[in-house]
Ligand binder design. Structure first.
Ligand code: PEP
Ligand code: MG
Length: 874
């Protein structure tokens, strides 16, 4: 099948071929050509060729170079230039371009096609020898680096010698004859370190460049980037071969990158940067600090106007924000790239809402377009304005990616990663970041660079992750060797803390206080839309009144799981809990439980009140009892003293409770079977709290949930006990009103799902505990999976952590079966999910499909779940 697709005036192929085959860049170059934008012509080699390259043991597929030669011939004819010509040579760029963009991760070669003769030709054709030798030396350097793996430093040394000889500091001040000498010096470096002469045959250059781009698909950093971004299932990268245009032809030339809207805040402001007399990579690499695109007006009004018109055309064609690259050669504008712009979660929300207002997209498209997981960024804290006012602002850089990061300084990516893994909050401090730094950038709380613009590598990558980044803070002098920064006359090192405001670009001394986010505005609008389209309910997992209140503010429609054991750890409670566990008789146990009861009741009153009018599912005690006992000797001694018993006795009881597989042991409903008095205490506390609320006219809607049920018999028996306890409590409190307490169960053991039709007969509701269900279905310990998961992911045995995103093919079948069987014996049985998956967008899609009534997730994920539920419904 066809391996090369041409784009240009002669013809533009590949209409209807997607990104999977042509890569994002290839598809859009063809598309821009088709809608009449000024794109230098060229051709795209498919990703399928990259796939066969690897399948053939790193050999280009047969016939590829024939197709490439044909395309080159068309290009030569269209431009009336010839490869390697000593009069008017054709030069091309060779760039990677996968289906998913991987900024800066793969190789690029510019000026390809130059050799000794063509350089003379270029000098003649442009009447600019300086330019021609500059282009040639860049090619030898890039080609040496990318194809032959020659260290860039080797070329730099040669350049330094020439600069010394000509007594100049700047590259741009070296005269033409100096650059000519430099080309000779570079060829010598090439031969010395590459072991052969710099190739003079342009087709040979092209072939090796294509192989090098394919090779860069699997470099460590590219592989790692795909891992972090969870990019899977791609064939490889495409290769785009495009005729060169030059932004470095003098002061009437330039190059730049822009976003059709501000990708950080989302504001509808053309947002970009350009450099006069520069070549492509100069902007992205962050070596020179570029000018904002608005300044272009002063420089060349006509080009600025044309660029604005193209920006509008692109937005109305793609109906989304575009991230573009352009070059101006002697006053003529060319488009080199367009793609959907990466944006922060905050920008995604604003852009979606604005585009609906502008009539560019409809509400449903807007809802579908915001990555649900990115909403987290709208829920992040910001610095308290008053605290910021008092803060010592050390420097102000560019607000590259919003957020409020506080941390200690780390000077290398490896250090940032190691310290973050050890639990520290660190800021990664770099002059500029390079693709090798991705790991450290990902691990850091924030990123600070001293050079580079809004579109530098650090800025682009950080925005994609929603990570706070301040870029180009030129006043910060970074010394990597001594691990110190100097700013404003003061010096800070590894142990010092700074605060970064990614929204304003400020770098502040110390830890500045932060505050919770505000939730109205565009965010509120998106949430309203989400609620309009979703059919799934969204509840929260919360154990305290504070969490309940927060979740309610985030839009939770009830509590899907209140883990009561979390209430036993605070303050004095743990002492009573331990006394209960140590008790040898039922009587002593009841005494200890009686002391716990008022605490539980108070908690429940708080939660019911915070959630008034909304259902609250309270789960009875679940973890094995030994989790509440101390295991260290000193702590055991302390506990023995507090309880007035011997340390030996404590030790003995701890040993008695020890289990080989506690997760499969004496926990969940099994505890209530052995110690029904625990169930009685908890149900009494719930009922008393509900009565107290009713008496205060607070509408409490309690649901009692029994965990870890595997057989109907367990549930029948415990249900009877719960009912009897509710009745007894009502009688004791002389309460004869309605409480309407539901009694249901978790489905978290495979057997419960398999026999859900039986279990449902004693349940008012089901809640799928997919944490345990995943554990028991895979047989993977939820606490120990990290011992082997990395190997499973690397070797593609698993595509993700099944505890994060529901395994819909396996565990999902049990959920689906549980719902179907449950509803077969109890029509309309209410079913929800309360495992961690309830906050994961992909799992929420599945929950919608199998007809669950609601998902329940941690408070901060509630907005994500609301949006994901709407996306599932659309
Ligand atoms: C579950 O197993 O999915 C669940 C929600 O319960 P826990 O995580 O407390 O075991
Ligand atoms: Mg569980």
């Amino acid at each position: 099948s066809k391996m090369v697709f041409y784009f240009g005036k002669t013809k533009t192929e590949g209409q209807g071929e997607g990104k999977q085959l042509l890569g994002g860049k290839g598809v859009n170059l063809a598309e821009m050509t088709r809608i009449g934008l000024p794109v230098p012509p060229g051709f795209t080699i498919t990703t399928a060729c990259c796939d066969s390259y690897y399948k053939n043991g790193k050999q280009l597929p047969k016939g590829l170079m024939d197709e490439v030669n044909e395309a080159v011939a068309i290009l030569e004819k269209e431009l009336d230039k010839k490869f390697g010509d000593d009069e008017n040579p054709l030069l091309v760029s060779v760039r990677s371009g996968a289906a998913v963009s991987m900024p800066g991760m793969m190789n690029t070669i510019l000026n390809l096609g130059l050799n000794d003769a063509a350089t003379e030709g270029l000098a003649k054709a442009t009447d600019n020898p300086r330019f021609a030798y500059d282009a040639y030396r860049r090619l030898i350097n890039m080609y040496g680096d990318v194809v032959m793996g020659i260290d860039h430093e080797e070329f730099e040394h040669a350049f330094d010698k020439i600069k010394t000889k000509y007594k100049v500091d700047l590259d741009t001040d070296v005269p033409a004859e100096g650059l000519k000498e430099l080309c000779e010096a570079y060829k010598a470096v090439f031969k010395k370190h590459g072991g052969e002469d710099f190739p003079q045959d342009p087709i040979h250059q092209l072939q090796l460049a294509i192989e090098a781009v394919f090779g860069s698909w699997n470099t460590e950093r590219a592989v790692r980037y795909r891992e972090i971004e969870n990019i899977r299932g791609l064939l490889g990268t495409a290769v785009n071969v495009q005729s060169m245009v030059y932004g470095n032809m003098g002061d009437d030339s330039g190059t730049g990158v822009a976003f059709t809207r501000d990708p950080s805040s989302g504001q509808n402001k053309f947002f970009g940067e350009f450099l006069i007399n520069a070549q492509g990579e100069d902007v992205v690499a962050g070596i020179r600090t570029p000018l904002p695109v608005i300044e272009m007006k002063k420089w060349n009004k006509a080009v600025h106007a044309e660029l604005i018109a193209i920006k509008d055309k692109l937005e109305s064609h793609y109906k989304d924000v575009q991230d573009i690259e352009f070059t101006i050669e002697k006053g003529k504008l060319y488009m080199l790239q367009t793609r959907d712009g990466k944006r922060t979660g905050i920008a995604a929300v604003k852009i979606a809402v604005d585009m609906v207002k502008e009539g560019l997209i409809d509400e449903k498209t807007a809802v579908l377009r915001i990555p649900a997981g990115d909403l987290t960024q709208c829920l992040l804290p910001s610095f308290i304005p008053a605290a910021k006012k008092k803060a010592n602002v050390l420097a102000t850089g560019l607000p590259a990616s919003p957020g409020a990061a506080v941390g200690q300084l780390a000077f290398t990516a490896a250090e940032a990663k190691a310290r973050a893994e050890a639990g520290e909050s660190v800021l990664l401090i770099r002059k500029e970041t390079s693709p090798e730094d991705v790991d450290g950038m990902h691990a850091a709380a924030g990123i600070l660079t001293s050079t580079g613009g809004m579109t530098s590598h650090a800025a682009v990558v950080a925005r994609g992750w929603g990570k706070c980044c301040v870029a180009g803070a030129g006043d910060v002098d970074i010394n990597e060797k001594t691990k110190k920064i100097t700013v404003n006359g003061k010096t800070y090192g590894v142990g010092d803390t700074l605060s970064l405001d990614g929204t304003s670009g400020e770098v502040m001394e110390g830890a500045v206080d932060r505050q919770e986010p505000k939730l109205g505005g565009d965010f509120g609008t998106v949430m309203e839309w989400a609620d309009k389209y979703r059919t799934l309910g969204v509840r929260t997992n919360a154990d305290t009144p504070e969490d309940s209140k927060r979740a309610r503010a985030f839009g939770a429609e009830g509590i899907g799981l209140c883990r009561t054991e979390h209430m036993f750890f605070e303050g004095d409670r743990i002492g009573h809990m331990r006394a209960m566990i140590l008790a040898t008789t039922e009587e002593d146990r009841r005494k200890a439980l009686a002391k716990l009861l008022p605490f539980q009741r108070k908690d429940f009153v708080g939660i019911f009140t915070a959630m008034k009018g909304l259902p609250v599912t309270v789960r009875l005690l679940d973890p094995p009892l030994h989790e509440f006992l101390p295991h260290e000797k000193a702590a055991q001694k302390e506990m023995a003293e507090a309880l007035g018993i011997s340390t030996a006795e404590v030790k003995k009881r701890a040993e008695q409770l020890h289990e080989m597989n506690p997760m499969l042991g004496h926990r969940g409903c099994r505890l209530s079977v052995t110690y029904p008095e625990i169930l009685e205490m908890q149900v009494t506390a719930i009922t008393e709290a509900a009565i107290a609320c009713v008496n205060k006219k607070v509408d409490a809607k309690a649901e009692i949930m029994i965990p870890l049920v595997g057989t109907r018999a367990e549930l029948s028996m415990l249900r009877e006990k719960v009912e009897a306890t509710i009745e007894a409590t009502k009688a004791a409190k002389k309460f004869d009103g309605e409480l309407d307490i539901l009694i249901g169960t978790m489905i978290e053991i495979p057997r419960a799902a398999l026999t859900a039709d039986e279990v449902a007969q004693d349940a008012d509701f089901f809640s799928f505990g997919t944490n345990d269900l995943t554990q028991m279905t895979f047989g993977y310990s939820r606490d120990d999976i990290n011992t082997f998961l990395p190997d499973y992911l690397k070797q593609d045995i698993l595509h993700g952590d099944p505890f994060q995103s529901l395994d819909t093919t396996g565990v999902g079948q049990l959920v689906e079966m549980g719902v179907k069987k449950g509803r077969s014996s109890k029509k309309g049985l209410k079913c929800g999910i309360c495992g961690e998956h309830g906050g994961d967008p992909a799992s929420i899609q599945f929950c919608h499909e199998v007809g669950l009534d609601y998902v329940s997730c941690s408070p901060f994920r509630v907005p994500i779940a609301r949006l994901a539920a709407a996306q599932a419904a659309l």
